[in-house]
Design a protein around this ligand. Structure first.
Ligand code: FES
Length: 254
């Protein structure tokens, strides 16, 4: 199939950007969206032109590196699918596709479709870890974890930190990301002792970079891992408790 692409081109963070139009010819339905861009890039390189910059690594929907807006939707039109797992069989010959970077002030454009998502790292650095001595692997396996808690923690841990939630949110909020990173630790016994210190530090850091959540729900729809906004309710509940407990110096118990 042959497609017309309108791609945001921006040579650097402070340079002006604009859409440029490219013809993507000979595209097959088996190609992923990124492979389609590879084809376009090979032709651009052959012509001595700058290839389109975009982030990618695993191309298996695992690492969270890929991510841009496709026709106004983060990761494109297929729910629960990262851009690298989106296949061209969804498109028809002659389609026009608009491709642009995630739009959020916390994610400045690095080049073309690549954005800087370092703000996410600051949130995790603030508390997204367990500093308790949990012993060796056999010891950890002896700690009983209720099956519902383990399942919920695994759901939260499926967050790949791609930033689609932020890009989809009209407020540029990172509540879903932060809630997922909190829940996968807070639901486990090993994460419990630092639960309220963690939530306070991570939420306060989040607010330094991102907008505020007003429960629009766009994040859940855009998330390629379909992480539930129920985790945001968990975050809010824990954050309120942390504040009532008197701040980060307090010990943590349920
Ligand atoms: S490239 Fe790793 S999730 Fe898409």
């Amino acid at each position: 199939m042959d497609l017309t692409l309108h791609v945001w081109r921006q040579p650097g963070p402070d340079a002006p950007g604009q859409f440029e139009t490219y013809e993507a010819t000979g595209i097959t339905g088996e190609m992923s969206f990124l492979e389609m861009l590879d084809v376009v890039n090979e032709r651009l390189i052959e012509e001595g032109r700058e290839p389109i910059a975009f982030d990618h690594d695993c191309r298996e929907g695992i690492c969270g590196s890929c991510g841009f807006m496709i026709d106004g939707q983060a990761h494109g039109p297929q729910r629960g699918t990262a851009a690298c797992q989106l296949h061209m069989r969804l498109y028809n010959d002659g389609d026009e596709i608009w491709i642009e970077p995630f739009r959020a002030s916390a994610f400045p454009v690095v080049r073309d479709l690549a954005v800087n998502r370092t703000a996410f790292d600051h949130i995790v650095q603030a508390g997204g870890y367990v500093s308790q001595a949990t012993g060796s692997a056999p010891d950890a396996n002896l700690i009983p974890v209720p099956k519902p808690d383990a399942d919920l923690a695994m759901d939260a841990a499926s967050c790949i930190a791609c930033g689609a939630c932020v890009a989809a949110c009209p407020n540029g909020a990172a509540q879903l990301y932060t809630a997922a990173k909190l829940a996968h630790l807070n639901l486990m016994p090993q994460g419990e002792p630092e639960r309220y210190v963690r939530v306070e530090r991570m939420v306060d850091t989040m607010e330094d970079y991102f907008g505020s959540c007003t429960n629009m729900g766009e994040c859940e729809v855009a998330c390629p891992k379909e992480i539930s906004i129920d985790f945001i309710a968990m975050l809010n509940k824990d954050y309120r408790k942390a504040k009532f407990r008197g701040g980060t110096s307090q010990a943590n118990t349920r």
